[in-house]
Design a protein around this ligand. Structure first.
Ligand SMILES: Cc1ncc(COP(=O)(O)O)c(C=O)c1O
Length: 464
C-alpha cells in the first residue's frame, strides 16, 4: 500500500519534536542521536509513521486503547456534530450525550446505575478513592478508610494512584505517598512459588491467593478497611489472568467484611477480554467500576467511575451540607467524550466485536502456545480475549526472567518487521519480561498470524 499522507518537511516536525516534546515514559538520551518516533496516520489496525513506514499495531495505540481501530469517520462525525451543538458545560448540569451514554453503559453493567464522568483512568480511580474515604467519614466514624490494592496492579499516575500501585518501578522516587493504602499479594500462578505457600493445584492457589486478602483485612482490622481495588486481569504488571476460584472467594471476603469491591476496568473494560467488562467473566458483582481507555477508543478523552445505587445513596443525606460528593472535574463536562463513546459502543455492537475478540483472542492464545512449544524462552503464556502476554525466561525450570534488554530486543525486532508489540515496562523490578499483545478488536485471522509470525522470527533470532 502506498503511504496515505504527505507531510511537508517531515524533518522539521521531527526536529520540533526533538527540541520541545517531552514524551511519556521514555528515556530521552537516545533522541540526541536517533529520531523520536512520530506517528502520523492510522487506518483500521495499521498506523504509519512520519517516514512513511506502515506498522501493524498489536497494542491498540501503544497502551490498549484504540479498541475499534483507527480512522473511524462515524466517531469523528458524531464528535463534530456534538461540538458544534454544545462542546461543554460543567458537569453539575447534564448533557444529552452524557445522559444517553450513561443509560447505554449501565445497561451493559447489571447492578450498577450511576456514572461519574472524568478524563483519565487515574482520575476515575481518584474519584473512587475519594468516594470510599468520604463513605468512611460519613458512615463509619472515619475509620473504614483503608484501601487495599494488589502487588503488580497499576491504577494510574497521580500520587494517590501510585499509593495504590503495586509496581515499584513506577513508584520509586515519587514518594512520600498517601497513607492508608495497603498491599495484598499478587495472584500470578506462574510465580506462585514467590509466596512460599508450597505446591498447590490451580484451584487451591486461586483460593489461597484470595485468602491472603482476608489475612490482610484481619491483620489491619476489618473495621478499618473500606475497599479493595483490583484489576480483573492485571495489565501492565504482566497480563496476569486470575487463577480459578479467585474472584468468587474475593467476592465472599468483601461481603463478609463489608469491604467495597472496586474493579479497575481501565484496560479490560469495553470489550478487550471478549465481554463488555473483564469482571463479567468471573460472576462477581462490584460496587464501583472505573474505566477509561477503550470507552471512546481514544477518539476523545473520557473516563467513568460507575457505582451501584447503594453507593450513590450514601451521598444523599440533605440534612448535612457536606454529605454530597464534593468533587468536580472541569473536563468531565466535555461532551465530546460521551458522544464518541456512544458511537464507539454502537460500532462494537453492530460489528459484533465481542464475538470477534473471543474468536481472535483464542487464535492469538493458540498461536502463542504453539510458539511456546518451539521457543524455550517462552516460560508462560496467558490471556483473555485480545489481551495476551508471553513471559520470557532464561530457564524454564528456574523461571529466571529474561534480561530486559533482550526482551526489548524482541520488541525492536518486531518493530523492524512492521509489527508493534509491547512489553511490561518499568513495572516490578526484574519482571519487565512479559511481551504484551492487545490488537484492536477488529483484528482478523491474518493480522493475528502476522503478529505471531513476527514474534516467531524475532525469537528465532534471539536464540541464534
Ligand atoms: C489498569 C489501569 N488503571 C489505570 C490506569 C491509568 O489510566 P490513565 O493513564 O488514563 O490515567 C492505567 C493506565 O495504563 C491502567 O493500566
Amino acid at each position: 500500500m502506498t503511504v496515505p499522507f504527505h507531510v511537508n518537511d517531515p524533518q522539521a516536525i521531527i526536529e520540533a519534536d526533538r527540541a520541545h516534546v517531552w514524551h511519556h515514559l521514555i528515556q530521552h538520551k537516545p533522541f540526541e542521536t536517533i529520531d523520536p518516533k512520530v506517528i502520523v496516520e492510522g487506518k483500521g489496525i495499521n498506523v504509519w509513521d512520519i517516514t512513511g513506514k506502515k506498522h501493524l499495531d498489536a497494542v491498540s495505540g501503544g497502551v490498549w486503547t484504540v479498541n475499534v481501530g483507527y480512522g473511524r469517520e462515524s466517531i469523528a462525525n458524531a464528535v463534530r456534530d456534538q461540538l458544534v451543538k454544545l462542546n461543554y458545560f460543567a458537569g453539575s448540569a447534564g448533557s444529552i450525550p452524557g445522559a444517553q451514554f450513561s443509560e447505554k453503559l449501565t445497561g451493559k453493567m447489571p447492578g450498577l446505575t450511576r456514572v461519574y464522568f472524568a478524563n483519565s483512568g487515574s482520575e476515575a480511580n481518584e474519584k473512587a478513592f475519594k468516594m470510599v474515604r468520604q463513605i468512611a467519614h460519613k458512615h463509619f466514624g472515619g475509620k473504614k478508610n483503608k484501601i487495599l490494592y494488589r502487588d503488580r496492579d497499576y491504577h494510574g499516575t497521580t500520587i494517590a494512584c501510585l499509593s495504590a500501585g503495586g509496581q515499584q518501578e513506577r513508584n520509586a522516587q515519587y514518594g512520600p505517598f498517601t497513607p492508608a493504602f495497603i498491599p495484598v499479594p499478587h495472584c500470578l500462578e506462574y510465580r506462585a512459588h514467590e509466596h512460599g505457600w508450597g505446591e498447590l493445584s490451580s484451584e487451591d492457589f486461586g483460593r489461597r491467593a484470595a485468602d491472603a486478602i482476608e489475612e490482610v483485612i484481619l491483620r489491619e482490622g476489618p473495621d478499618t478497611v473500606g475497599a479493595l481495588c483490583l484489576e480483573p486481569v492485571t495489565a501492565g504488571g504482566g497480563v496476569i489472568t486470575p487463577p480459578p476460584g479467585y474472584w468468587q472467594r474475593v467476592q465472599e471476603i468483601c461481603r463478609k467484611y463489608e469491604v467495597l469491591l472496586h474493579i479497575d476496568e481501565v484496560v479490560c473494560g469495553v470489550g478487550r477480554t471478549g465481554e463488555w467488562f473483564g469482571y463479567q467473566h468471573y460472576g462477581v458483582q462490584p460496587d464501583i467500576v472505573t474505566m477509561a481507555k477503550g470507552v471512546a477508543s481514544g477518539y476523545a478523552a473520557i473516563s467513568c467511575c460507575v457505582t451501584t445505587e447503594a453507593v450513590f445513596e450514601m451521598f444523599k443525606d440533605d440534612s448535612d451540607p457536606m454529605s454530597y460528593f464534593r468533587d468536580i472535574s472541569t473536563f468531565g463536562g466535555c461532551t465530546a467524550g460521551p458522544a464518541a463513546a456512544l458511537e464507539n459502543f454502537r460500532i462494537i455492537e453492530d460489528e459484533a466485536l465481542l464475538a470477534n475478540t473471543t474468536a481472535m483472542g483464542d487464535r492469538l492464545l493458540g498461536n502463542l502456545n504453539a510458539l511456546m512449544e518451539k521457543h524455550a524462552v517462552i516460560g508462560d503464556v496467558r490471556g483473555k480475549g485480545l489481551f495476551c502476554g508471553a513471559e520470557l525466561v532464561t530457564d524454564r525450570d528456574t523461571k529466571e526472567p529474561l534480561a530486559e534488554k533482550l526482551v526489548q530486543s524482541v520488541v525492536g525486532d518486531c518493530m523492524k518487521q512492521g509489527v508493534i508489540i509491547g512489553a511490561t515496562n518499568r513495572s516490578v523490578p526484574g519482571r519487565n519480561n512479559t511481551l504484551c499483545f492487545s490488537p484492536a478488536l477488529i483484528a482478523t485471522a491474518d493480522d493475528i498470524d502476522r503478529i505471531t509470525d513476527a514474534v516467531d522470527n524475532a525469537l528465532g533470532r534471539l536464540n541464534a
